[in-house]
Write a protein that binds this ligand. Structure first.
Ligand code: NAD
Length: 415
């Protein structure tokens, strides 16, 4: 995965004419931490797993990025995803750098008390390198508001009341209104803006979505509310389709009860891997990385892809999609709504002041519209695709901030 994020970075660095040395400086993480987690399961047996936190770049502010609890989590994933966070926070214009981390565990096989112990042990191990002005974690795959609440509690035991150490907390525990749906809402705005450029609106499109967790389910609901027709949804256990449009609120309720879209009576079942090539106008990958590959890119039927997930498209697939004229709104732009409302949450925590939901959604919309327009302007200026343009914009803003912090005598430009 790291190779993929470097590939996209290097394409942008070529456009910016950056030398090898400055590329190396920009992609190398400032700090990579790996910790052993040993605790007990409910039966008294030992649990053993490994936790990671990569802090990539803090030129524009404290490190910021999610925590993923998944068996595939490793140093490579943490570092690749931390890189993406650095460019993403710059594109959104929020005052953070980039970080990512997690634990190589499978929460689906753990009880809540086991998950709580594993989470707390992890935070105990990394507490010196996180903090409200240092590094602020957030939810990612298989972590949620509840886990963020435990993190706040564990950190506050040592450092005193510290709601700003983590975002995506429960609303009852200094979380922000609108944070849970923020990434999906941002995906909806990104899709709307991209469709506008094609002379269309959300009302005109059919939609296929891979992943029905935090990002996928909220994107589905909000796009549905804007008139989009969600005709296929897949998760890791099943898939459901309906040509007339799925009843998304009912599917959300079903999934909350059953842990999967599988078995939902409001549509027909299909093989989930086919969701990527489903005959829909808009494809939203909102699960894991590497969903669109050289094996299925030639068969994608959508004309627009909006990446809710991080890293869902491999470089080879990306080139195939570009050759085919399929427009992709890249992850570092399309899913920036989450970190944007995380910023609003952090700001509220620091101010000890609560914003109304209208203010949060209004400000989020402004950020997403502005970020999309800025990326599109770079795409036009440099005659490149939206992904390359997004990387150019992110690298440019981070590079300029880094230079402004040091009296560097060598002339380096990011034009
Ligand atoms: P989540 O754990 O809430 O949901 C993940 C979903 O993906 C689940 O429905 C799961 O069943 C599905 N999935 C997993 N493997 C699959 C497979 N092989 N095929 C089909 N579906 C599969 O996670 P999330 O928070 O929604 O994150 C999803 C993606 O969005 C990740 O790439 C994450 O990094 C990215 N992201 C999340 C946020 C956020 O705020 N949560 C912000 C930005 C980006």
């Amino acid at each position: 995965m790291l190779e993929d994020s470097h590939y996209y970075f290097n394409k942008a660095a070529d456009v910016l004419g950056l030398g090898d040395h400055i590329r190396e400086i920009l992609i190398t993480p400032r700090r990579v931490v790996k910790v052993e987690i040993v605790t007990e399961d409910d039966a008294g047996e030992l649990i053993h797993c490994v936790g990671f936190r990569t802090q990539h770049n803090d030129a524009r502010g404290p490190y910021k990025g999610g925590l993923r609890f998944h068996p595939s989590m490793d140093e490579d994933h943490a570092t690749a995803l931390a890189n993406l966070m650095t460019w993403k926070t710059a594109i959104a214009g929020v005052p953070f750098g980039g970080a990512k981390g997690g634990i190589d565990c499978d929460p689906h096989t753990m009880t809540k008390t086991e998950l709580n112990r594993v989470t707390r042990t992890f935070i105990e191990r990394i507490k010196e390198i996180i903090g409200p002005t240092l590094d602020i974690p957030a939810p990612d795959v298989n972590t949620n508001a509840e886990v963020m609440g435990w993190i706040m509690d564990e950190y506050s035991r040592d450092y005193g009341f510290s709601p700003g150490v983590v975002t995506g907390k429960p609303v009852d525990l200094f979380g922000s209104l609108g944070r849970a749906e923020a990434t999906g809402r941002g995906v909806m705005y990104a899709a709307r803006e991209a469709l506008k450029d094609q002379g269309k609106s959300l009302k005109d499109v059919t939609v296929a979505i891979q992943g029905f967790g935090n990002v996928g389910s909220h994107a589905a609901r909000l796009i549905g509310e804007q008139g989009g027709k969600i005709i296929a949804v897949a998760d890791h256990l099943g898939a459901v389709e309906n040509k007339e449009g799925l009843d998304i609120p009912a599917l959300v309720t079903w999934t909350a009860e059953h842990g999967t879209v599988n078995g939902f009576a409001g549509g027909g079942a299909f093989n989930g891997s086919d969701v990527i090539t489903w005959p829909a106008d808009l494809l939203i990958p909102a699960a894991l990385e590497g969903a669109i590959t050289e094996d299925n890119a030639a068969d994608v039927q959508a004309t627009l892809i909006v990446e809710g997930a991080n890293g869902p498209t491999t470089p080879r697939a990306n080139e195939i999609l570009l050759d085919r004229g399929i427009v992709t709104v890249p992850d570092i732009l399309a899913n920036a709504g989450g970190v944007t409302v995380s910023y609003f949450e952090w700001a509220q925590n620091i101010q000890q002041f609560r914003w109304e939901l209208d203010r949060i959604t209004g400000e989020l919309e402004k950020v997403m519209v502005r970020a999309y327009a800025a990326v599109r302007d770079v795409a036009n200026e440099k005659s490149v695709d939206l992904r390359t343009a997004a990387f150019v914009l992110g690298v440019r803003r981070v590079g300029r901030a880094a230079l402004a912090r040091q009296p560097i005598r060598k002339t380096i430009t990011f034009d």
